[in-house]
Design a protein. Sequence first.
Length: 495
Amino acid sequence: MADPKGFLNASRKDWPRRPVEERARDWDEVYVPGALLPIIRTQADRCMDCGIPFCHEACPLGNLIPDWNDLVSRDDWRAASDRLHATNNFPEFTGRLCPAPCEAGCVLAINQPAVTIKNVEVAIADRAWEEGFAPPRPPDRLSGRTVAVIGSGPAGLAAAQQLTRAGHTVAVYERDDRLGGLMRYGIPEFKMEKRHLERRLEQMRAEGTKFRTSTAVGRDIDAAGLRTRYDAVVLTVGATAWRELPVPGRQLDGIHQAMEYLPLANRVCEGDMKASPLSAAGKHVVIVGGGDTGADCLGTAIREGAASVTQLDIYTQPGTERDEDTEPWPTYPKIYRLSAAHEEARELRTAPSADADARLFAASTLRFTGDANGHVRALHLVEVDAERRPVPGTGRRLPADLVLLALGFSGPDRSDGLVDQLGLGLDPRGTITRDADFATNVPGVYAAGDAARGQSLIVWAIAEGRAVAAAVDRQLTGSSRLPAPIGPYDRPMTV
């Protein structure tokens, strides 16, 4: 390590966010532009270059974190970029969107704040683009083999880039009009500006990857017929079958799934429309679901000018410190975290009756009621205990003109017909079954990402994409030099 006492002399300092009053009025990324580089070298110095770096194990990509921390500390950005891109195709995505399980596994985090691994990562990625350290890497020769990748989320893009660089001719099919999957239409602009996505897509085009947008395999193209045209097919269609809330009043107008709401706001940012038809402007908004998607809805509703926004979380409010008995280091702990959207809600007081920021913890929805026109006007809830049992006498009513359901996803959407046309096997959760080589029950068809793993993190999706690419390359050529960071049955560290 560059400074053996760095972790003793420097405290943790994160990339500062712009003032709430400023950022809540626009859709730009929440961080102060240019404020990361002045602090990042000192933060990289805090890495202890551990003999056994548990951050490697906590990250499914196996990122060489101590290596590039040391190189940043020594101001060797080109070498740091090489180390970073050796294990991660899209570090500018993970550096902005991943919740950083690597930091939970940082050895320093045993008794101090962890190294700002995520901030160092995004600093390297952005510097690489600025300095030209991430040029296209087309293959030296073509293999003569063809691969179709269905879905252009992080798993699909990672698989496509790896297979293209290995010399195969790859075509990516995307049912939406633009590439990126949930990174395009699910992630709000204030979390990741889409210019980062466009830049990486241009790199992939220059390497030779072909893209087919507005093409739903199973609906616009017969899935079985597509299989006969390619030597291999990789399914990375995501887990977009959303979970429902079967309570009285669900049929009322004004109750929508989060993924009906968020894409419209992103289309406004893309310039497709002036205002979203589901805009929260002037409305009392209630978000059901306490996860990241709910937080994305929260930040979006604030920027659209909602009259109030409240987020319901069925779990009890977690503490601010790791519970060493139930979630010991180096596992990823469930603790109270304040996202940028929750910080905005707290300072702007979007939900004065909430427990903390905009959230009501240990809250379960009982029913919805509406007006004479059939539009939702109120959400009725009750407090629950740790076992999710209603607590008598705790019923409440929240005004609600717009309700957003952010309850997660159960598996791939079957409405396009892809699953049925190919005859794919599904497990009880509704995800695609596969063997130890990522292969489905259909010869030549592979599955990776959320479609097979289930709803997970972007870093796991990229790792799956890299791993399935190695499996496909090995099947097509007999061997592969592509890295396979995980297997299909690997899971995050738990006790």
